[in-house]
Ligand binder design. Structure first.
Ligand SMILES: Cc1ncc(COP(=O)(O)O)c(C=O)c1O
Length: 379
């Protein structure tokens, strides 16, 4: 089946007692045992809950994985994946990654003896050069945050296979609708489901899919052992969000393309980063590997004062963190999402005092452009 069909049918229940079409919210912590040594398949909700399972099975289907796992947040999902590593292990990581992931690696996992090298993962040679004898994995954002660099997941996965490394792809910005990392050879895909998958700026959740059943068993062991699972209500909201993923994404991408084109010719805008623009360095690769360019745009304004002006004067577009929901949001990465990265690194990467990030929603594109236009004009 095509992914649009799979998405629409996620969580469709085959429950026979009532015939309910959508999976019920099983708001229970525990499950009755039918007899001594017997189980319905559910014992305690941290280990398994039918609503969460509907989401997990749905994600595995969308990504072509052996199993899917749902966590309390994207960060909880990444934390759980770090249990795959041991003291002394080294990981090669995308350099302009989400600031929260950087903080987790540097401020939390480094103290347990893991080490991380940050490189431009859109540059295969840079990745190869960063490998060390103790490297165990590559952790790569398929489309980076906020500079929208495109990683060649197929080539990186082949390199990992060759060197016996795990290939973990944070595919938050693209979702399985636009790129399926496991099909391209990655071992694990991770998502902040709080973004496009749940899709309505109303739920925080994390999702993981795993290609190999044996590795999936281990990931399950860690999920259950550490216990940062997603609750039934949020699992249900995420299932409901996923059903319209493709419809929302199509509209968001159409809007993003229009906004990026408009921004590119605005006199108060410098660089525009959007992979759907033909002059974006990752445009061709993305067209080849995936099925779209996503709906995130980063752009530089020409004067520092314009940053505050845009954040304060946009009325339709909310000044808020996060991304991927139906409502458009604007943020200032240098002081918000990427505040935990050292200033020199931010400067070198180009995450500077002029850079703004737009998460384009499903509103009418003319209204979005009009909102930006009036904000640029000021008083
Ligand atoms: C690319 C990426 N990965 C992971 C995360 C973390 O996810 P969460 O906020 O759901 O914990 C985010 C959050 O913004 C993100 O943008």
């Amino acid at each position: 089946m095509k992914i649009a069909t799979q998405a629409a049918q996620v969580g469709l229940d085959r429950e026979t007692r009532t015939g309910a079409v959508t999976v019920p919210i099983y708001q229970t912590a525990t499950f009755r045992h039918p007899g001594l040594g017997q189980s319905t398949g559910y014992d305690y909700a941290r280990s398994g809950n039918p609503t969460r399972e509907a989401l997990e099975v749905g994600m595995a289907t969308l990504d072509g994985g052996a199993r899917g796992f749902a966590y309390a947040s994207g960060m909880a999902a990444i934390t759980s994946l770090m249990f795959l590593f041991r003291q002394g292990d080294h990981l090669v990581v995308t350099e302009d990654l989400y600031g929260g992931s950087y903080r987790l690696f540097e401020k939390l996992f480094q103290q347990f003896g893991l080490s991380f090298s940050y490189v431009d993962t859109s540059d295969l040679e840079a990745v190869r050069a960063a490998l060390q004898p103790n490297t165990r994995a590559l952790f790569v954002e398929s489309l980076t945050n906020p500079l929208l660099k495109v990683a060649d997941v197929a080539a990186l996965a082949a390199l990992c296979k060759d060197r016996g490394l795990l290939c973990i792809v944070d595919n938050t910005f693209l979702t399985p609708y636009l790129l399926r990392p496991l099909d391209l050879g990655a071992d694990i895909a991770i998502y902040s489901g709080s973004k496009y998958l749940a899709g309505h700026n109303d739920t925080v959740c994390g999702l993981v899919t795993v290609k190999d059943p044996t590795l999936a068993e281990l990931v399950y062991f860690h999920q259950n052992g550490a216990g940062a699972v997603l609750g039934p209500q949020d699992s249900w909201l995420t299932v409901r969000g996923i059903k319209t993923l493709h419809v929302r994404m199509d509209r968001q991408q159409e809007n993003a393309q229009a906004l990026a084109t408009w921004l590119s010719s605005h006199p108060k805008v410098g660089k525009v980063y959007y992979p759907g623009l033909k002059d974006h360095p990752g445009h061709e690769l993305m067209a080849e590997r995936g099925t779209g360019f996503g709906a995130m745009i980063a752009f530089e304004v020409t004067e520092p004062e314009l940053v505050n002006q845009l954040l304060m004067k946009t009325q339709l577009i909310s000044f808020a963190e996060s991304l991927g929901g139906v409502e458009s949001l604007i943020t200032f990465p240098q002081v918000q999402t990427h505040a935990d990265i050292e200033p020199e690194t931010l400067k070198r990467l180009g995450i500077n005092h002029l850079l703004l990030r737009l998460s384009v929603g499903i509103e009418d594109k003319d209204d979005l452009i009009a909102d930006l236009a009036q904000a640029f004009e000021g008083d």
